[in-house]
Design a protein around this ligand. Sequence first.
Ligand code: ADP
Length: 152
Amino acid sequence: MKKTAIFPGSFDPFTKGHEDIVLRGLELFDHIIIGIGHNSAKHNRYFDIDKMVSYIEEAFTDHPNVSVLVYNELTAELAKKYDARFLLRGLRNTTDFEYENSISQVNRFLNERLESVFLITSPQLAAISSSIIREVHRYDGDISEFLPYQLD
Ligand code: ADP
């Protein structure tokens, strides 16, 4: 049976840390859906969501088994809709662990067939976080080194 995983997140922006999780996830899954969680009623993103979809697609042009979508519902429901039995997430540190532990319990409660799978960050990418990248960009710093696509 085809194994589909959802990689959910805000991806504001999608970074080389995220790309690494997806590329490593492709060793485990046949298809990975990158799901950008977005509540359109709250305009609280830094990077434009449609642009981010295009950037991510650009980063994975060589990988037809990676797709990108925007969603505005429970991740557990999205997984049911796409027949995805796995949630893929990355772990950088104990703070990530505490958070991921709680949400994976809730997700399993909401959808008992859903298994969360965690990949430990690659050490050279461990310091990359979307929030720090946003701060650097806000003050006109160069963030291109941290992104797997070119900003336009
Ligand atoms: P969220 O808003 O759900 O926290 P993010 O977009 O910040 O989502 O991150 C999505 C997932 O990617 C999370 O599991 C996060 O821990 C993981 N992640 C973020 N940056 C890295 C990194 N540098 N290395 C490994 N995993 C990462």
